[in-house]
Ligand binder design. Structure first.
Ligand code: FEO
Ligand code: CA
Ligand code: CA
Ligand code: CA
Length: 597
């Protein structure tokens, strides 16, 4: 394609063309290998994967299903060795078990699926002269599942909303689920967003208490919200038997991967919604600012400005203190302002505007919480944050996915993935930051924030979709020379300062596989977009990790297609033959030298 060979610092590869192949397609001169796949051993002594004889006990020691956010944390004193942390977002029984009955899974199947959820920490080791990474069954390896104990902190903790029959204290929650994207903190822990947790609760449409009705409706809880059927075997997932368990999910969770015996934390001061993930910027005076998106149609962008400073070191005392940074501070929601726009008509110079952060909730160093929303006590704001943000008049966005500050410029990049309901009857119309009716392709928002303050300016870097279409914008770059991109999801940065974007939904919009793209941010080539790789049929591109010596992508849900049914194409990646597909993390490296040069 035109422009495939255009080079830019960090993006000196020939762009990969759109395709529908059942493999990971990478540029010429690069190599790839699977790092770890669903079912592979993680804990020392874990059994080998046996598709036909799965047990919850085995799965709890093996790599989980549907890897999403992935990152590498350097291990001190060991060259090219890392703790790889990975979210395991959700399961699809029909790809995991022969003869799976969607309406009526067996208890063994349900318990295997529970153990396939959560988080994984696995040591991985490089090889000289290659980008390949091999798992080491080391002392830090850990699986956190839907049954691992968490400490719930912040204004929700101990409140009526989170007290259950099994936990009358409202502070000890079993498990994390629906972990989508995430981030690594400057103090060395992993953050992970609990996103579509409503898919695990069913049994009642209306709560027995009036005060919960608005919240359940606003979060989409009810009989039809579930497809995992866990409530059949564990009462806590049955809304008819336990009305408050669902209030214990939807948080940012934090895991200390340096201590495999540590208790992970849920931070309710950061609000409860369908958290995609969270990423941190530290200002020059050491203030920690965490950004987070609520990934549903017409939901909001949030930030949390902490009042607690980072303690140096990874020892137990520093870690204990640092894991309280996200418990103290103020939670804000974003309101965007900009000129009036017409559907599909890109203004000369692109879309730009300003905005304000509106305070919702403050927690001080003593733990005392103050609500900034009239009529909502602090614990209500922490648990039903969407309702508080509605009252604050926040701007309804086109599904905020990953949001991450640039490590050098501090500008904040957010993937707004799509919103097919924008501007349709009874729904919010277009605005400058969400400028298209029935937005199928999404956009990339660039926020220039003062981080600790309440004002910002913004710009749309990309308005995604077919470059030949009038309603798309590629940062002002010549659209005839870019790789097409649609449905941006996870974002990351390389050491050259480029933005990398992985996609989820291209199979619907372009009828070709999802991919990973590098985008130039600064200088004359701003907006140049190049496809680095594509993932197998039915898969979503997750991770990603962009390092000088390798790129990692998490290939999520290979073979998962909406068309379904007999005869529809499926995936057999990575094992080939007639094997069921397995989600897996893949390393890609250049045969010679730096990944981007
Ligand atoms: Fe799990 Fe928002 O994607
Ligand atoms: Ca996502
Ligand atoms: Ca990211
Ligand atoms: Ca997505």
């Amino acid at each position: 394609a035109a422009g495939a060979d255009i080079k830019a610092p960090g993006l000196n590869f020939t762009s990969v063309a759109a395709n529908s192949e059942d493999r990971v397609v990478i540029p010429e001169g690069y190599e790839q290998a699977v790092v770890i796949a669903w079912g592979d051993p993680v804990l020392p002594g874990a059994p080998k994967f046996d598709f036909d004889n799965q047990t919850p006990e085995a799965q709890a020691q093996q790599f989980g299903y549907n890897n999403d956010f992935t990152d590498l944390i350097e291990v001190d004193g060991k060259p090219d060795t890392y703790l790889m942390v990975c979210n395991q977002e959700y399961t699809t029984g029909k790809h995991m078990f022969k003869g799976y009955d969607e309406k009526n899974p067996t208890e063994n199947q349900v318990r295997v699926e529970m153990a396939a959820h959560g988080l994984t920490v696995v040591e991985v080791k490089g090889e000289p002269g290659s980008g390949k990474l091999t798992p080491v069954l080391g002392e830090y390896n850990r699986r956190v599942t839907a049954s691992t104990e968490f400490e719930l902190r912040g204004p929700a903790a101990g409140s009526w909303f989170v007290k259950t029959a099994a936990d009358p204290t409202g502070t000890r929650v079993l498990g994390t689920i629906a972990n989508c994207s995430g981030g690594i903190t400057p103090w060395g822990t992993m953050l992970s967003g609990e996103e579509n947790y409503t898919n695990y609760f069913s049994g009642a449409d209306t709560p027995p208490i009036d005060g919960l009705k608005e919240g359940w409706k606003r979060y989409g809880l009810g009989k039809d919200s579930d497809y995992h059927n866990w409530g059949k075997y564990e009462d806590r997932f049955n809304l008819a038997k336990e009305i408050n368990e669902a209030n214990r999910f939807g948080y940012i969770v934090e895991l200390n991967p340096h201590d495999p015996r540590s208790t992970p934390v849920k931070h309710s001061a950061m609000g409860r919604f369908k958290h995609e993930g969270s990423n941190i910027h530290v200002t020059s005076n050491g203030t920690v600012v965490a950004y987070s998106g609520d990934d549903s149609k017409f939901e909001y962008i949030y930030k949390f400005v902490s009042s607690r400073k980072i303690q140096q070191g990874k020892g137990p005392a520093a870690m204990e203190s640092n894991m309280r940074i996200l418990d103290e501070g103020t939670l804000y929601v974003a309101k965007f302002e900009g000129p009036k726009v017409e559907d599909g008509k890109v203004p000369a110079g692109g879309y730009k505007g300003t905005g304000k952060w509106i305070a919702l909730l403050t927690v001080d160093a003593s733990g005392k919480a103050t609500s900034h929303i009239d009529g909502m006590p602090p614990e209500n704001v922490a648990v039903y944050t969407r309702v508080a943000a509605d009252k604050a008049g926040a701007t309804k966005m086109d599904r905020p996915e990953d949001i991450q500050p640039h490590p050098k410029t501090g500008k904040v990049y957010c993937a707004l993935t799509n919103n097919s309901d924008r501007g349709t009857e009874g729904k919010a119309g277009i605005d400058a930051a969400n400028p298209r009716v029935k937005n199928k392709n999404g956009q990339i928002l660039e926020i220039t924030d003062d981080h600790t303050g309440t004002e910002f300016s913004w710009d749309l870097l990309l308005v995604c979709g077919d470059p030949a279409a009038a309603d798309t914008y590629y940062g002002g770059y010549d659209k005839s020379k870019v790789s097409r991109i649609s449905c941006p999801d996870n974002v990351a940065f390389d050491s050259f300062g480029n933005l990398w974007i992985s996609t989820d939904g291209t199979q619907d919009t372009f009828k070709s596989n999802d991919g990973l793209f590098g985008v130039v941010l600064e200088g004359k080539d701003r907006g140049l977009t190049k496809q680095f790789l594509t993932v197998p049929y039915g898969a979503e591109t997750c991770g990603p990790v962009i390092r000088d010596n390798r790129v990692l992508v998490a290939v999520q849900h290979p073979g998962e297609t909406d068309d379904g049914g007999a005869g529809s194409p499926t995936s057999h990646w990575p094992d080939g033959g007639t094997n069921e597909p397995r989600p897996a993390v893949v390393a890609v490296w250049k045969t010679s030298g730096n990944i981007g040069t």
